[in-house]
Ligand binder design. Sequence first.
Ligand SMILES: Cc1cc2nc3c(=O)[nH]c(=O)nc-3n(C[C@H](O)[C@H](O)[C@H](O)COP(=O)(O)OP(=O)(O)OC[C@H]3O[C@@H](n4cnc5c(N)ncnc54)[C@H](O)[C@@H]3O)c2cc1C
Length: 337
Amino acid sequence: MNIVIVGSGIAGVTFAEKYRALSPDAEIVLVTCEHDGYYSRPLLSRGFTKTDIEQSIILKGFEKLRENNIDVIAGSEVTAIDRNAKTIAIDGPGQEKSLSYDKLILAQGSAAFVPPPFRPFEKLFFSLNSLVDLKAMRKFRQPFLSQNKHPHWAVIGGGLIGCEVASDLAVAGDKVTVYHAMDRLMERQLVAEDSASLLGVLQSSGIAVLFNQAVHGIVEEGGKMCVETDVNTEFDAVIVACGFKPRTELAQQAGLDVGRGIKVNPYLQTSDEAIFAVGDAAELPDGKLYAYILPIRSQALWLANYLAGQEQVAWSPAPFSTKAKVHGFEAGHPYNL
Ligand SMILES: Cc1cc2nc3c(=O)[nH]c(=O)nc-3n(C[C@H](O)[C@H](O)[C@H](O)COP(=O)(O)OP(=O)(O)OC[C@H]3O[C@@H](n4cnc5c(N)ncnc54)[C@H](O)[C@@H]3O)c2cc1C
């Protein structure tokens, strides 16, 4: 069996390692855009208070996977799938090549969702979705810190990631203002009482939170970033944290069924029987995306067992919970996930 995996997040790496353990003779190739190894995405939100983050976030170097007989093609993007020939096209450093598969696993994760009004300004703001993003933000902060100063950030979005990044920046000493479109924080996950207690925690870290905000645009003026609402306010930098978008483009170009994510049946199989999807990128038949670590790990382990012939019953999510990594905040009620 020749298995090709696209993506080196928890979905791709967990699948690869489990399948390797179950099928010692299989050929396993993992293709990824990443350069730095397999890292913990949740830890990105501790990227400013944890000084050694650029090393400590790496859970496993790609060398470790190669030692386990998983062929990793790093720093390379899968640009097309030819379903008739059962090949993928790869664009890597200085080379383009094609690779054949018996089974293809799409574990491509998600990108930061940028609402349409902000798309023309994409060069003017940060998102926190990958280690590359975090490194760019840390690099931006460095000149301020070298002069014993701290930047003033605008965070657009008071959802889970917006609150986490705002909290970590503030605890690291930066000035932060959160713009939220709704009238309470993390309204999708928290009951109103917990939103209110979260607000108190953020405010006690010195964060200004503005509700019912419609941001029209972002403009650069004399090295400052101006956030445009009814009033215009200047910041050193802006972060857009408005949710995530499953990476579906590759699947769509290959003619697979996509909705919000890559549509799969209860066996995590796409509309092509040789292609499967797991993790943030996969949309289950109930229309749900299970974009959290615990169900993704469960999907990846289940799929490895299934393809190795050791599982017949369809994947179903076990109950799981999560919590916002906001310094000093504990919700009093279960999250709505
Ligand atoms: C800041 C932040 C904090 C979070 N905190 C939590 C938390 O506390 N708890 C929790 O449960 N979840 C949390 N999450 C969500 C969780 O991290 C994700 O659900 C999970 O990491 C998704 O894993 P994945 O393997 O599906 O995708 P990803 O981790 O996104 O990995 C996908 C990989 O595929 C690669 N790729 C994509 N397309 C291609 C291509 N065409 N060719 C080659 N490579 C490609 C990407 O570069 C990427 O490396 C957080 C997410 C973020 C961004």
